[in-house]
Design a protein around this ligand. Structure first.
Ligand code: 5AD
Ligand code: SF4
Length: 451
C-alpha cells in the first residue's frame, strides 16, 4: 500500500463517522461497527470532520461503486489534512487492496465478514502498516462483537443470515458475501431481546435470502423462518416483525401460513421476481418461473388477503428483447405491487451475465426503465389511495416538518403524517387514513388509542 500521505491522517482516531451505502444489511453492519467503536471509547462525529471515516460500500451496481470513489476524493479538508479512511462492505470484499492502489488515501480495507477486527486494523493503519482484511473467517464475526446497546429509534434491523448460494447470473452477492450461513436460534433471540430491552418495538429480520434461514431451536428441533418468527412473537414488548429479502424458492408452506397466523408478523412481503419472462429468468438462473412465482403470490394472498407485495426488477438483462420486456410489464399488471424497486442491468465483473452476448444499449434500458416505473408508480398510488378511509395502527418513528407532527408506518410500510403533539417517537397510534399521495399518507388520530 502506498502510505505516502498517511501523515495527513490521524494516528489514533478518537472520533468516527460511518457512512453506509446500499442495502439494509449494510445499514445493520454500519450500526454494529458504530456500537463496537463506541464500546471502545470512540465517539461519533459528522462527515469528514471525524478522525476516522468508514465508507461501508455496496458493489451491486456500477453506479454504487463510482459513488464510493467520488466520496473518497472529497475527504481531504481545506488545510490538507484528512481523516483516516476505511473502506468496508462489498466493494472492499470484491476489490481488496486494489482499492488502496486506485485511491491512495485509503488506509483500511475491511470486508463484511471481518469488520469485528476493525480495532486492530485501525492500530495497524496508525502505525503506517498495510491494513487489509477481506477474510471470510469460519468463526462468525457476531461472537466477537459487543452486545446491542440502547437504540435511538423504535425500529431495528437484525441480520439472521448472511450470504447467498443462488448465483443469479447478474449478481455479485454470492462472491462478496459468501455462502449462505444462518445465525443460531439463541444468538438471534438474545439479540432481539436486547434490542427490545433497549426500547425497540419493531424488528426487521435481514438476510440476502432471509427466508432460507434454518436452525435448531433450544430443544434441538429443526426450525425454519416461520418457527423463528413464532418464537420472536412471544417477546411481549415487541410489537412488529418484518423480514427482507426473500427468494421465491424459499417461500415455505410454513412461512406462507405464518402470514395468516401471527399477528405481529406485518402484512408486507418483499419478493423479487426480476423479470416476467421465462427465458430471461432461466438465463438469470433464477430457478423459478413466472407461473410458480404467481402461484406463491396467490397463496400468500390467500393466507393474508391484505398483504402488501413488493418486488425488484432488472430491465435490459443481456439478450432481453422488446417482447420479453413487455412480459415484465405484464407480470407487474398481474401482481399489482404496493411498491417496487427497478434497475437497469449493470454488468458486474466476474459474474456470468457480464460476458453474455446481447448486452443492451443504454438508451434502450433507459426507455424500458421509464416505462416500467410509470406502471409501478401508478400501482403504488392505487395501493395508497385504497387505504384512504381505513383505520390502521402506526408506529411513530420520527418527527415531521411541522410542530407536533410525527411520522409513523402502517403495517403495510407506508409512511403516515399525523399531528399528535401529546405523543412521542416509539408510541403506537391508531389513525384514520384521510388522504394519500404517491409516497406517503396523511392520518388523523382515531378516537380510541391503540394497545
Ligand atoms: N444489475 C442491476 N440490478 C441488479 N440487482 C442485483 N444485481 C444487479 C445487477 N448486476 C438488483 C436485483 C436485486 C437487487 C437487490 O438489486 O433486482 O434483487
Ligand atoms: Fe443476488 Fe440472486 Fe442471491 Fe438475490 S438471490 S443475492 S439476486 S444471487
Amino acid at each position: 500500500m502506498n502510505r505516502n500521505d498517511a501523515s495527513q491522517a490521524p494516528k489514533t482516531p478518537a472520533t468516527f463517522h460511518v457512512k453506509s451505502f446500499g442495502c439494509q444489511m449494510n445499514v445493520y453492519d454500519g450500526e454494529r461497527m458504530a456500537e463496537m467503536l463506541g464500546a471502545r471509547g470512540m465517539t461519533p462525529a459528522e462527515g469528514a470532520e471525524a478522525d476516522l471515516v468508514i465508507l461501508n460500500t455496496c458493489h451491486i451496481r456500477e453506479k454504487a461503486v463510482d459513488r464510493v470513489y467520488s466520496d473518497i476524493g472529497r475527504m481531504t479538508r481545506d488545510d490538507g489534512t484528512r481523516p483516516m479512511i476505511a473502506v468496508a462492505g462489498c466493494v472492499a470484499q470484491a476489490e481488496g487492496s486494489e482499492i488502496s492502489r486506485r485511491a491512495k488515501t485509503v488506509d483500511i480495507v475491511v470486508g463484511p465478514q471481518a469488520y469485528h477486527r476493525l480495532p486492530d486494523l485501525i492500530e495497524k493503519a496508525g502505525r503506517g502498516e498495510e491494513a487489509v482484511d477481506t477474510d471470510m473467517p469460519a468463526a462468525s464475526k457476531f461472537a466477537a462483537l459487543p452486545g446491542r446497546t440502547k437504540q435511538a429509534r423504535p425500529t431495528a434491523f437484525l441480520t439472521i443470515m448472511e450470504g447467498c448460494d443462488k448465483f443469479c447470473t447478474y449478481c455479485v452477492v454470492p462472491y462478496t458475501r459468501g455462502a449462505e450461513i444462518s445465525r443460531s436460534w439463541t444468538a438471534i433471540l438474545d439479540e432481539a431481546k436486547a434490542l427490545v430491552d433497549g426500547g425497540v418495538k419493531e424488528i426487521t429480520l435481514l438476510g440476502q435470502n432471509v427466508n432460507a434461514w434454518t436452525g435448531d431451536d433450544d430443544r434441538g428441533r429443526a426450525q425454519g423462518m416461520d418457527g423463528l418468527v413464532r418464537e420472536l412473537a412471544k417477546i411481549e414488548a415487541l410489537h412488529r416483525i418484518r423480514y427482507t429479502t426473500s427468494h421465491p424458492n424459499d417461500m415455505s408452506d410454513g412461512l406462507i401460513a405464518a402470514h395468516g397466523e401471527i399477528d405481529k408478523l406485518m402484512p408486507f412481503l418483499h419478493l423479487p421476481v426480476q423479470s416476467g419472462n421465462d427465458r430471461i429468468l432461466k438465463a438469470m438462473n433464477r430457478s423459478h418461473d413466472v407461473s410458480s412465482y404467481l402461484r406463491i403470490i396467490e397463496r400468500v394472498r390467500a393466507a393474508r388477503p391484505d398483504i402488501a407485495v413488493s418486488g425488484d426488477f432488472i430491465v435490459g438483462f443481456p439478450g432481453e428483447t422488446d417482447a420479453e420486456f413487455e412480459d415484465t410489464l405484464k407480470i407487474v399488471e398481474q401482481v399489482r405491487y404496493a411498491q417496487c424497486y427497478s434497475f437497469k442491468y449493470s454488468p458486474r465483473p466476474g459474474t456470468p451475465a457480464a460476458d453474455m452476448d446481447g448486452q443492451i444499449p443504454a438508451e434502450v434500458m433507459d426507455d424500458r426503465l421509464a416505462r416500467l416505473q410509470a406502471v409501478i408508480n401508478r400501482h403504488q398510488v392505487d395501493f395508497n389511495t385504497a387505504t384512504v378511509g381505513r383505520r390502521a395502527d402506526i408506529l411513530l418513528e420520527r418527527k415531521g416538518r411541522y410542530p407536533g407532527q410525527l411520522i409513523g408506518k402502517t403495517p403495510w410500510l407506508q409512511s403516515v403524517h399525523v399531528t399528535a403533539p401529546e405523543l412521542s417517537i416509539g408510541d403506537m397510534l391508531e389513525v384514520d387514513i384521510v388522504s394519500a399521495g404517491p409516497n406517503s399518507l396523511a392520518g388523523e388520530p382515531s378516537r380510541r388509542k391503540a394497545a
